[in-house]
Every structure is written in structure tokens, then in C-alpha cells.
Design a protein around this ligand. Sequence first.
Ligand code: PLP
Length: 384
Amino acid sequence: MSPLEIQAFSLEQLRRHRSTKWRDFPSEVLPLPVAEMDFPIAEPIRDLLLEMVRESDLGYLGAIPELPEAFAQFCQTSMNWSVDPAQVHVVTDVGVGVVEVLRLLTVPGDQIVISSPVYHNFSTWIQEVNLVKVDVPFEDDGSEWGIDFAAIEVAYRSGAKVHLLCNPHNPLGRLYTTAELSRIAELADQYGVIVVSDEIHGPLTFSPHEFVPFLTLSETARRVGITVTAASKAWNIAGLKCALVISHSDRMDSLLKKLPPATHYRASLLGAFASTVAYSQGGEWLKAILTKLDSNRYFLATLLEQKIPEIKYRIPSNSYLAWLDLNELNLGENPAGVFLEKGKVAILDGRGFGPQGRGFARLNFATSPEILTEAVDRMVVAIS
Ligand SMILES: Cc1ncc(COP(=O)(O)O)c(C=O)c1O
């Protein structure tokens, strides 16, 4: 059997999409900020959704043992991660999962550690629960983003309750190594910190790089860790609303039993069953999409080298987000604003990712080579 080939939608097709990516800007703007892919979803997911809609099977979500079981099977085969389905809880989305877990772990005013530049909604979730953000930024040596363990230890020692980890990291496309995660787990255990690991980008890891799920590390990690993840990013079904919260120790299990029951049925029926199919039948599609994204991450590098060599871009090891260093272009406080205004191309202003994001912007390359080329051409227009 020949390998599955996935073609991105044309711009004309995409303009008919109703998602925020395609509604946030006027039609003359080419949008590449929001983390959705411009590819058709996996056929088994589409078939299931069509069948459910055809049969008006659109009620509330009830018991769905199939989902934790499919997730556990996926984790075992693709990551050698043994998950007990009984320790998997269904929630509305990753944002809701993190917020609900934070409500259980903290009281308003508690400190929470993050490492910027990081997914902008980490800040909004933290605000939602009235926590105090303690930023331990990544250290950039010009070629790698390093972790400041000394600063993490200071934050832990100063009373932080939780470390919210972006594993793998958005927007850097950086994977944490086993050694790094183990050190975080040991420190967390020493200082009584709980690590909440957002692993939504995990399945989108390019070989030979390896994504290390936090709960696979050690007994220590399992004692201090909770994972929140979803099929929504890897299989491009964010609008369907379903995510998972996972624990692997008695301590964390008893905590998660206190999640409000409503978090389960506030997930969508379509999302929960689509996620089940993603984990159980989405392997071929995932492989094909990774091939596309792998090619795009290098294609973008070539485009930028040829057309705007002042932009610095490190090829990510994971997912489809390019973190662009635009400082050499000297475009002022908001380079993304200049591209939008003068080039009619939308990328995400880096400042939302924390102070490290000044002079940076995030570009989503999960699209066709034609749209990527057009985007970079529009960027060229904006700066010329
Ligand atoms: C790291 C990270 N977590 C969570 C989300 C959003 O997840 P959800 O829509 O399930 O809240 C994203 C979306 O891009 C993300 O990059």
C-alpha cells in the first residue's frame, strides 16, 4: 500500500472556513497566527463525525470508557508509556483541564512557575485562577534555549506551588530531555511543588527527536506530576472540545477525583468520540502529516534564507510553529504589526509570549508550500 498523501486546502477553500483563524482578519489578509492546520482531517474522524451528524447523535457526553482505553493503547504503542485508563479524566479542553487542576492545587495568590517565551494562554489561565506568575525564562545562547535550573530552584524554594510546563514547548518547538525533566521532578519533589505538564504538542514530534511524557520518567515524577493533553492539536480538531487529565500516583489520583463532575460532560460528544478515533485509527494520518510538516519546517528555512535572511529561525524539533527572531529588521516595538499593516500577512506578536518575545513573532507553517511562499513574499513587501 502506498503511503497516505495529504494535500493542504487551497486558499479559496480555506477562506470558507469558519474558525477564528479565518474570521479574525479581513479577506485581503493571509492569516498564519492561530495554531490550526490547513489540512483535511483524518478520514476515520471525518467518517465518524458525518455519521454522528447524519444520525443526529449530538447529545451530552456520558460514560466513554473507549477514550481512556484508546489513549492508553496509543501511549503504549507510540511512546512506550503505560497508562492505566482508570487514571484518565475527560475534560473540555486543555485550558479548562489546566484551570480546573490549578483550582484544586492552589489558592488565589499562590505562585506558579512558567518559562517564557511560552504559549500566551498560560498567562490567561493563571490570571483566571488569580495566581502569581513567576517567570524563569529560557536562556538563549544564540543556538540553543537552555533551562535556568538555579532560578527554578530559587522559585521553588521561595514557595511556588505549581510548575506549569509546556512539554514540548510552544513556541520554541523545543523538547525537554529526560535529564532535564528528571531534574525538574527531583527539585519539585524536594520543595513540594506539583508539575502540571501540558503535552498537547507531544504527538507532533519529528523523528529522530523524542518526546518524553513527564509521567514516564520515574516514581518521583509520578508522585509530583499531572499531565494535561488532547488529540486536538495533533489531529487538528480543536473546535470539537475534548482533552484529558492524567495522573499516575495515589496522591494525584485522589486529588483528581475532586475534579468537578461537570468537567466531564462539558467536553463535547463529538470531540470525545473523535478523539477516541484519533488515538485508535489516526496513526497513518499522523505519520503523513508529520511528513508534510517536516518538509515545511525546512522549506520555510529556505524561503527565509533566500528572501529575508535577516530573520533568524531555528528549525523546531516539534509541531508546526516557527519562532522568528525579527530583531535585525529593526521594525520597532511590534514587527508583526508592520507585516500585517504593510504586507497583509498576519503572524502572532511575540510579546504575548512574555518579555522574551519582544522583536519575535510566531508563524504557523502547517499549510501548503504555496501559501507559505505567498506569506514570505508578503513579508518581503512589508519591509521593502
Ligand atoms: C501548549 C498549548 N496548550 C494548549 C493549547 C490549547 O489547547 P485547548 O484548545 O485544548 O485549550 C495550545 C494551542 O495552541 C497550546 O499550544
